[in-house]
Design a protein around this ligand. Structure first.
Ligand code: NAP
Length: 501
């Protein structure tokens, strides 16, 4: 509503956080946007007080109220808690879409200057290896579960297509490692292929993530919107930042159905804390994403123009940019001085690049999402999932054992019982029994696959429990650490073969 201030939670954060956040707040105020800031804390000091989450209840309450956050970087102090407060915040509020634009900026020298690099990396923000489910399987073998869900994939992929449509973008590239991880990354790719026909005006392509890295280094201007899983996205969004000037210029937004959190990609850069020298551009650009999110598109455009004017004129540049341009670092602008220059340039338009009013509709019309409207996603859901025909046809039993496969094989076969048989043993995914003639290393963890003696027959839980009993009875020789059921869903195996099988 015009005239009413927006309510926004601000977390100044650690290290250089308070300085860059103050810079963005001053510019927003100078542009005439009324924001009622609720200051909240998270990060280092909170950990030190013994709150192992790093995000106190008061901060959670504030975010639940305002649903919009401007956040400085948060440190994860070594020895206090084990989870990153950043990741906790993103996950607590299910901000599943991490959006990182990477655009060429005037006055910021890069190897690709003039090529028109202008891409948006849309990274899934909740699932994948960042689910953080890790276990030591033995004293020497660690495991991290890679969780990819249909619903999570659908939410982020639809988000990417909707973003492309809203922004008038022409192409969405899906980046996965589906050639190797056929079930996890493969599910993400399949969902992408299912949804793409709903957006016929947008070119949909799939590239393997390593090729994306290669293509980005070679010809980054070919990318438009890139949607990808969490770890892939973490890596290629930093790569994309590097292409357009580095961490000082890399903004991001974490969007969920209810809450959005805006922050720079960079961390707390502790060596620069309190020195008034850090480049605040990344957080200023993140705050533009915030303004656009709350419908303040005109002010966002004015601030973006002022940032571009300041950068293209180069009269006030921070130390990092002075270093990149070969300028006089001693005479570089302070964070405050650079902020003052942007404020002084409000109302001016850049001359070397067209004004960019990039996050609103091409018409310039603001289209904030109506209050409380969830973003659309139509995962199959519980009822459809429950109706999928299924059978359990065996188990993979993981065993702490240094025993050579040649003797482990017959011993485990002897434990299989009447209904089950040992199909194979693998070490780190490579079959070692029945022997293939090769000798992959044993690292102290074997996987034994047991299936029904009768080809393809279902294996009831009682058989599995009885097998576990028999294996337990031999004690430390085969100490089982976990099991995975082998499912067949709608006739399709829900498990992969071992290498060499
Ligand atoms: P970092 O804080 O991003 O700093 C690494 C280097 O990047 C700095 O030394 C500086 O390089 C450059 N840099 C960072 N911000 C810059 C800016 N605004 N302008 C110009 N250059 C900038 O990474 P880190 O040292 O690995 O992490 C420090 C702490 O931040 C850690 O506790 C980490 O967990 C946390 N962190 C938080 C977030 C977050 O809150 N989202 C993200 C990443 C890391 P030069 O030394 O070359 O000048």
């Amino acid at each position: 509503m015009p005239g009413q201030p927006h309510h926004v939670t601000v977390i100044p954060g650690d290290g250089v956080g308070p300085e860059v956040v103050r810079s963005a707040q001053r510019i927003i105020a100078a542009a005439g946007v009324a924001i009622d800031w609720e200051t909240a804390e998270a990060g280092a000091e909170v950990f030190k007080r013994g709150d192992t989450s790093g995000v106190p209840q008061a901060t959670r309450d504030s975010i639940a109220r305002t649903r919009v956050v401007l956040k400085g970087p948060l440190e994860t102090p070594v020895g206090f808690g084990e989870k990153s407060a950043n990741v906790t915040l993103r996950k607590l509020f299910e901000t599943y879409a991490n959006v990182r634009p990477a655009r060429e900026l005037p006055g910021v020298p890069t190897r690709y200057a003039g090529e028109g690099v202008d891409m948006i990396i849309v990274r899934e923000n909740i699932e994948d290896l960042y689910a953080g489910i890790e276990h030591m399987q033995t004293p020497d073998v660690a495991q991290c579960l890679k969780i990819i869900s249909r619903k999570g994939s659908e939410k982020i992929i639809r988000y990417a297509f909707e973003l492309a449509r809203r922004e008038g973008r022409r192409k969405v590239t899906c980046a996965t490692k589906a050639n190797i991880m056929k079930l996890t990354e493969g599910l993400f790719k399949r969902v992408f292929e299912e949804l793409a026909p709903e957006y016929p005006e947008i070119v949909a392509e799939h590239l393997i993530i390593d090729n994306v890295a290669h293509q980005m280094a070679k010809d980054p201007a070919q990318f438009d919107v890139v949607v990808t899983t969490n770890l892939n996205g973490d890596i290629i969004s930093d790569l994309a930042s590097g292409l357009v000037g580095g961490l000082g210029f890399a903004p991001s937004g974490n969007y969920g159905d209810d809450v959005a959190i805006f922050e720079a990609v960079h961390g707390s850069a502790p060596k620069y804390a309190g020195k008034d020298v850090i480049n605040p551009t990344a957080l200023i650009l993140s705050s533009l994403m915030l303004l656009r999110h709350v419908g303040e598109t005109t002010a966002a455009a004015a601030i973006e123009d002022a940032v571009l004017v300041t950068l293209e004129e180069g009269r006030a540049v921070t130390q990092d940019l002075a270093r990149q341009t070969g300028g006089d670092v001693e005479r570089a602008a302070s964070t405050t001085g650079f902020t003052d220059a942007i404020i002084a340039n409000l109302g001016r338009q850049p001359s070397s690049v067209p004004p960019r009013h990039g996050w609103e509709r091409p018409s310039g019309e603001a289209t904030p999402r109506p209050e409380g409207t969830p973003r659309p996603h139509w995962s199959y859901g519980a009822a459809v999932s429950a109706a999928v025909p299924r059978a359990t046809v065996g188990i993979d039993l993981f065993l702490e054992s240094w025993e050579p496969a040649l003797s482990a094989g017959p011993a485990l076969e002897a434990l299989a019982g009447e209904a089950l048989k040992l199909e194979m043993i693998s070490s780190r995914g490579t079959m070692v029994y029945p022997t293939t003639g090769l000798s992959p290393d044993n690292v102290g963890l074997l996987r034994a696959r047991f299936v029904a003696r009768e080809d393809g027959a279902a294996v009831p839980d009682e058989e599995i429990l009885a097998l576990l009993d028999r294996v337990s009875s031999v004690g430390a020789r085969f100490a089982w650490t976990h099991i995975e059921k082998l499912h067949v869903f709608a006739g399709e195996p829900g498990y992969t073969k071992a290498q060499g099988q």
